[in-house]
Design a protein around this ligand. Structure first.
Ligand SMILES: C[S@@+](CC[C@H](N)C(=O)[O-])C[C@H]1O[C@@H](n2cnc3c(N)ncnc32)[C@H](O)[C@@H]1O
Length: 358
């Protein structure tokens, strides 16, 4: 009834005139006098993410500053605690006037490690926070330097794999070092249950580091299936590792191109989840589960950091939160065991996990 009355009244000339008067009066109200202490900082150009070990130019607008002050930018970890880097403090360029606004660009060095950070921007005076000032906090994932990002398709397309197959897949200083690493990995796998008759799935096999190591290790009863997103890498493996029980197929980012469900004893992901986003990792783990036989296991390494909430980084180096990775694995029905852990940087570790479907 009330709505009906309002819609009928709303059509009348008097009602419309009254409404227009009300609007005009409201518009004409003077702005409440700003408290001169009530300074406001606005970040005008926050980026969606920042690059580690670099600097970002934060364009700021500072309003209602009554006395000389400085802008202080500091990084907070995802726990809200200050990150262990010096804050950047820049005095406002001119003595600001009350009620006036200044625009200032502050060059802020970014954290040297990957993580989910917050940039906190405040006004300070004599080194003390201006309590009444309203600063700003913006959550910002910090990913690795752009120069360290990797597009494996273009790496493989442009490399001469016959010459360079050993350096495109890792930070090896020589072919001998690459081959030593593959022998060590083979030794580790035999320690974790690999036998000459095992059926091995190698996801992200690259240029066949482990295929080379297994060539003379696996018997004809054993089997090796390698897959990678790199077409040229798979072509290289197919012409280099020729055995009736060795197969190589190009896979998708989240799919493994083998149909023999429940037949593999071991699935290895060596330096693969260090290049995939968390959702892709989860889908690849689901693929491995489809292909493993009962009692089969995955061996995989990840880079972990407490400074990351879930996953942060780029395809050159992906860093995950260990608990998040283990939660994803548990959701897919895996139990996890730590096989090894190594320092990666001052805030990150590299873990080798064994995952077993329950
Ligand atoms: C650092 S290399 C390691 C290669 C090999 N596992 C080794 O240890 O020598 C990473 C490999 O993972 C592959 N890769 C990246 N993302 C992938 C994905 N979603 N599925 C399959 N392979 C992937 C890359 O093409 C590259 O060959």
């Amino acid at each position: 009834m009330k709505t009906l009355l309002r819609s009928v009244l709303g059509q009348t000339v008097i009602w419309r005139a009254l409404r227009q008067m009300k609007r005009a009066v409201t518009r004409a109200q003077p702005a409440p006098p700003a408290d001169p202490r009530d300074a406001v900082v606005t970040w005008l150009n926050p980026p969606p993410a920042a690059e580690a070990k670099a600097a970002l130019d934060a364009k700021l607008r500072v309003e209602h500053v009554a006395h000389p002050a400085a802008v202080r930018c500091r990084w907070l970890t995802r726990f809200g605690t200050p990150f262990d880097a010096e804050p950047t403090t820049v005095p406002l360029p001119r003595p600001p006037f009350p009620h006036a606004s200044e625009e200032v660009t502050v060059r802020v060095p970014t954290p040297d490690v990957v993580g989910d950070f917050t940039l906190e921007i405040d006004l300070v005076r004599g080194g003390e926070l201006v309590e009444a000032a309203r600063g700003v906090r913006v959550g910002l994932p910090v990913v690795g330097p752009r120069a360290t990002d990797i597009d494996y398709h273009s790496v493989y397309r442009t490399a001469n794999l016959d010459e360079n197959h050993w350096w495109v897949v890792g930070a090896y200083h020589s072919k001998a070092e690459y081959e030593k690493s593959s022998r060590e990995r083979l030794g580790m796998l035999t320690g974790f249950g690999l036998t000459p008759d095992s059926h091995v799935l190698d996801v992200g096999c690259g240029t066949g580091q482990m295929a080379g190591a297994m060539l003379d290790y696996l018997t004809p009863r054993g089997r090796y299936a390698g897959t990678d997103i790199g077409v040229e890498a798979i072509r290289f493996c197919n012409r280099t590792f020729r055995r009736p029980n060795f197969a190589f197929e190009v896979g998708g980012l989240t799919t493994v191109p083998f149909a023999e469900n429940g037949t593999f004893d071991l699935a290895i992901f060596f330096s693969v989840f260090t290049h995939t986003f968390a959702d892709e990792t989860a889908l690849l783990l689901a693929e491995a589960k489809r292909l493993l036989k009962p009692g089969g296991v995955i061996i995989a390494d990840v880079i972990t950091s407490e400074l990351v909430e879930r996953g942060a980084g780029h395809r050159g180096e992906m860093v995950v939160n260990k608990d998040h990775f283990l939660r994803l694995a548990a959701m897919l029905g895996y139990t996890a065991e730590v096989l090894g852990r190594w320092p990666w940087n001052r805030h990150a570790e590299r873990f080798m996990f064994k995952l077993r479907p329950q």
